[in-house]
Design a protein around this ligand. Structure first.
Ligand SMILES: Cc1ncc(COP(=O)(O)O)c(C=O)c1O
Length: 476
């Protein structure tokens, strides 16, 4: 059979992933045109493209500085001789830490244990135990190539036929629907409650279960993203308890995506509580798999592909199968694992690296908090826009009301109305966002997601405001 796209796996052809979709492709074309300059860039009313479409803090143009501590450890792991060649460049605690990891791992260029380096898993377990006040066992932890790899592993194990379903929040981070499409599983949508700051609604979950039963779909797992993407919402303790009880009652695996647990803008009022803690506090038997990542938080090391998952109440034979499948991929990237070690074991007060680490992390938290607050306030002041001032994560998800003329114009171009808005925003300002239709939303509602990672927030949000005013005039 000749090699054509039509001859390939139809499940994979049906995958959609909006954060790297049409908008991102067009933004890349603009970026290339600007780089070439001259006639290529002619007519573009901006001099740079701003990537607000993806939570990639160190991306060129966003330039969140990497944490010195993380990079120092990575450097010594890469080239241990540096400790001798440039002795003044590395604080003593960094050298000692790297030495300990080198002794455990050996060369960074070797495969590691398929579940992840045992010492690093022990450190992850210590971090979880300290965070939650409940023990954690390194044998329940799998280091992964980013949280995405962990999520894919779980979904691939859970979907056994097209009638197996996974409860997915709407709006959601499209990793979930994309992976389910690839596996020919059934997404079971449950809507988050925008009027209550995007809280997860337990009645909505029950409704979704009911509908699945009517449709003959067997629910296997419930995905919760906390803090939320794209919404930035944070779950209340009551809701978390109800979710755990619901999972226990319905034999659902709770998949807790907690990659934004360190991105909190008002931690004193809205602290992060893990599902692991809630499950243990309730002494629940609900099976839980929790995901964390090196890509978000203050590390923002997306390209290193570091993550971990922890299994709670997961039977031994299931973990054995997870191990078998993980070992087919040999091992997660070893530098990603080293990054996870830094994430779960940052410098402590009294250690030489602490002062710089503290200053760097406070600056990143402060910038993010300030940008989120300012952007939400300016967007909320616009007619036809309402935006929940997110307590966590890296995003805002403003709702926009679009006129009939805008909706008709979008229909004429075969686009969703919020995709038209986002495309025109990109063409007018160089700002690349993701239309709400890429995450899912209620029928007749329109949103877009943008990251709060762009430097120069006043200028940036000024462009958004001016564009919105012009768009509203263009489509009255
Ligand atoms: C909610 C959520 N889960 C998982 C991921 C994937 O993270 P990783 O880079 O660790 O694969 C992302 C990335 O944006 C995310 O937003």
């Amino acid at each position: 059979m000749p090699l054509t796209a039509d001859s390939l796996n139809p499940a994979l052809r049906s995958v959609e992933y909006a954060v790297r979709g049409e908008l991102a492709i067009k933004a890349e074309q603009h970026r290339v045109a600007l780089q070439k300059g001259g006639e290529h860039a002619q007519g573009l009313p901006f001099d740079r493209v701003i990537s607000s479409n993806i939570g990639n803090p160190q991306q060129k143009g966003l330039d969140q500085p990497p944490l010195t501590f993380v990079r120092q450890i990575a450097s010594l792991m890469e080239w241990p001789a540096l400790a001798e060649l440039a002795p003044g460049a590395f604080p003593e605690d960094v050298k000692a830490r790297a030495k300990q990891l080198q002794e455990e791992i050996g060369s960074i260029g070797a495969y590691s244990h398929s579940q992840g380096v045992p010492l690093i898993r022990q450190h992850v377990a210590d971090f979880i135990a300290e965070r939650d006040g409940h023990p954690s066992d390194p044998s329940d932890i799998f280091l992964t190539a980013g949280a995405s790899a962990g999520v894919s592993l779980l979904l691939s194990l859970l979907i056994t036929n097209p009638k197996d379903g996974i409860l997915i929040p709407i709006p959601q981070y499209p990793l979930y629907t994309a992976t389910l499409a690839a596996l020919s599983g059934a997404p079971i949508a449950y809507h988050l409650d925008e009027a209550r700051d995007w809280e997860t609604s337990v009645p909505a979950l029950r409704e979704a279960l009911q509908k699945a039963s009517t449709d003959g779909v067997r629910p296997r797992a419930l995905v919760v993203i906390n803090p939320g993407n794209p919404t930035g919402s944070l779950l209340s303790a009551d809701t978390m308890r109800e979710i755990v009880q619901l999972c226990e009652a319905h034999d659902l695996v709770l998949l807790a995506d907690e990659v934004y647990q360190a991105n909190l803008h008002r931690p004193a009022h809205a602290p992060f509580v893990s599902f692991k803690k809630v499950v243990r506090d309730l002494q629940s038997r609900a099976p839980l798999v929790s995901f964390h990542s090196l890509s978000k938080g203050v590390a923002g090391e997306c390209g290193r592909r570091g993550g971990y998952l922890e299994c709670t109440n997961v039977p031994e034979d299931v973990k054995a199968l997870m191990y078998k499948i993980a070992s087919v991929g040999l091992c997660p990237p070893v530098q990603g694992q080293v990054g996870i070690d830094c994430l779960v074991r940052p410098p402590r007060a009294g250690e030489p690296s602490y002062a710089l680490y503290k200053a760097e992390t406070e600056s990143i938290h402060g910038d993010l908090r300030e940008r989120t607050r300012k952007m939400a306030a300016r967007l909320n002041a616009l007619p036809g826009v309402s935006c929940v001032d997110a307590p966590g994560a890296l995003y805002l998800f403003p709702r926009i009301s679009l006129s009939d003329s805008a909706i008709k114009a979008a229909e004429a171009k075969g686009k969703a109305p919020d995709a038209l808005y986002a495309l025109e925003l990109l063409d007018a300002t160089g700002i690349c966002v993701v239309p709400g239709s890429g995450f899912g939303q209620k029928e007749g509602e329109w949103h877009y997601r943008l990251t709060c990672l762009c430097p120069g927030v006043d200028d940036y949000v000024g462009k958004l405001v001016k564009f919105h005013e012009d768009f509203s005039k263009r489509y009255p």
